[in-house]
Design a protein around this ligand. Structure first.
Ligand code: NAD
Ligand code: 89V
Length: 343
């Protein structure tokens, strides 16, 4: 069984710790030590998960513990220092998204891990949602022919600020926090992007950053893509946190609609499938599709450390997604198309 430590015991870490407990139950990996600089929060989470070895200082934890990997679940401004610290101990590291507040910092993180020779996985979990995997499965089956158009859409008015107050405080909001997931899903389904144009808007006057963004993308294989996201869309049905997908191919189409309804049309007609995520014992609606994907990506990490899988969302891969985020901000600021690879 692999031994891991987790740094950052806040809002989202609870999901990761539940998933690690499931993975420990299967003999894969267990979290043996916890770190948070907030001693009260650390004690509360350690008690909840029965983890006795706790630290308020990450360096002290790494000096004291014998570990196989470290899972970082702090917010982006702390990622570089923490990943570099873990890499200096020659330990494989998982880091939450967004990998860093700037592309330069993200590149420095990837370089540090490369130099140390340690695997780095970004916890970019949306592509691990079972509904998104189901869409990818249909594309790969060839049933809809050659894909020429696609849309990845996330529109909601869910109050994300009560659980994650920092989301209201940054100059950047939706593209950095949620768009990064949607753009990664677009890459996963439609391929890498050669050029994009984007617009952003702030609708909610009580937050600092943009809460609406739309990107028009040219994917490398010739597919035209749209990524649109909003936390200002008051809809008949609140779909948070569902990502909707539309894909058109030469021989048919795919629609991942509200309520995880997958519609596939091909030469034989139309098939409907319910691709709802399983409700894990510790999961809570409506977060259950995200929670399920946390378990999936952490299992993928264990499989990869055991030599059984190539990391999908390695640091190097994630830089391509972060370039799309950066390209969207550049394009929105200048009104011009941007080639992400040139950033
Ligand atoms: P949070 O503020 O609730 O928790 C962060 C915790 O890290 C806090 O308890 C803080 O005290 C601790 N911390 C910060 N710096 C530290 C340091 N240097 N050493 C030790 N502890 C430190 O944040 P959160 O909402 O849990 O978000 C954490 C990360 O998870 C963010 O990057 C966020 O974008 C990401 N997130 C991802 C998803 C997803 O689906 N992948 C969903 C929500 C949040
Ligand atoms: O998944 C996330 O990264 C979250 C949320 C769904 C609220 O955007 O921050």
């Amino acid at each position: 069984m692999l031994k891991g430590a987790l740094i950052g015991c806040g809002f989202f870490a609870i999901n990761q710790l539940h998933a690690w407990r499931d993975i420990a139950g299967e003999g894969g990996a267990a979290i043996v030590a916890l770190c948070d600089r907030d001693a009260a929060r650390l004690a509360q989470v350690a008690a909840q998960f029965g983890i006795a070895r706790t630290y308020t200082d990450a360096a002290a934890m790494l000096d004291a513990e014998e570990l196989d990997f470290v899972d970082i679940c702090t917010t982006a401004p702390s990622h570089r220092a923490l990943v570099e610290l873990v890499a200096s101990h020659k330990l494989p590291v998982i880091c939450q998204k967004p990998l860093a507040p700037t592309l330069e910092e993200a590149e420095a993180i990837v370089t540090a891990c490369e130099k140390a020779g340690v695997p780095l996985m970004v916890h970019e979990n949306f592509r691990w949602q079972s509904a998104i995997r189901a869409v990818r499965g249909v594309i790969d089956s060839g049933r809809i022919g050659s894909v020429f158009w696609g849309r990845v859409s996330f529109r909601s008015a869910f109050d994300v600020f009560s659980g994650q107050p920092y989301l209201a405080e940054g100059e950047r909001f939706i593209l950095e926090d949620l768009g990064v997931h949607a753009l990664d899903v677009a890459r996963f389904l439609l391929g890498d992007v050669s050029k994009l144009t984007a617009t952003t808007k702030r609708v909610n006057p009580r937050i600092k950053g943009e809460d609406v963004a739309t990107a028009l993308m040219e994917h490398e294989g010739g597919v035209t893509g749209i990524m649109d996201c909003s936390y200002a869309s008051k809809l008949e049905e609140e779909l948070f946190p569902q990502t909707l997908v539309e894909i058109d191919g030469t021989e048919g189409s795919i629609r991942l609609g509200a309520g995880y309804r997958l519609t596939v049309t091909d030469a034989d007609g139309t098939e409907y499938r319910d691709v709802s995520p399983p409700l894990l014992p510790w999961a809570e609606r409506p977060w259950h599709n995200i929670q399920e994907s946390v378990l999936a990506i952490q299992k993928h990490w264990v499989q990869s450390l055991n030599g059984g899988a190539q990391l999908e969302t390695s640091g190097t891969d994630n830089l391509k997604t972060l370039r799309l985020v950066e390209a969207c901000y550049h394009s929105a600021a200048t009104g011009l198309p941007v080639e992400p690879a040139a950033l």
